[in-house]
Ligand binder design. Sequence first.
Ligand code: SAM
Length: 210
Amino acid sequence: MTADPTFWNRIAEKYARAPVANPEAFERKIAVMKTRMQPTNTVLDVGCGTGSLALRLAPFAAQLHGLDLSPEMMRIAGGKAADQGVANVTFHTGAFDDSFTTFADGSLDGLCACSILHLVDDRDAALARMYRLLKPGGFLVTSTACLAESWVPYTPILAAMYWLGKAPRVWVFTRQTLIDEIRSAGFVDIETPDVGTTPETGFIVARRGR
Ligand SMILES: C[S@@+](CC[C@H](N)C(=O)[O-])C[C@H]1O[C@@H](n2cnc3c(N)ncnc32)[C@H](O)[C@@H]1O
């Protein structure tokens, strides 16, 4: 199914105004990402939303790119970059699928994928694409809702919310499932640093093998 930006366009302004849910964990995630980055790096933030993470990481890379399905998210992200005077960030509107041809395979030093992998219909294909885009040794950092870790019956709840137009399509799986999928995609050195998130969040760092 083609990814649909309608839901995200509708909530973009509200999303931009909402405070970070867990600011301490967000700072710890950024600290981990910084340890993986070099000043010469080209890094892509997939599903970057309004660009908060990309803008925070930009000072630690040569080029930071953000990709998002939603033109509204990208409009807000571009405005924030201009307001903050961040020159080395570029935002691209589009889906992270075969239509995304901005980067050649093996061209990226790092990839961030925060709150996105539970939204893509074909996670294996997305992880395979991430692997291909990275240089050998390049890093992947993901922070993903792994809602099957919760006792809450998210699958029927989220299906109903999706049907009512109150939520995007969300896939429910465990943290271990995601780790296994990342490994199956070929990634190595898989780590799960404790950044103080809830058990329903999978914060996972990995590398493309050399
Ligand atoms: C929950 S938000 C996360 C935004 C940001 N990464 C963050 O952590 O705050 C998910 C974002 O992913 C984008 N998105 C959803 N599916 C996508 C896809 N297939 N390709 C690119 N972006 C997508 C949405 O437009 C939305 O901005």
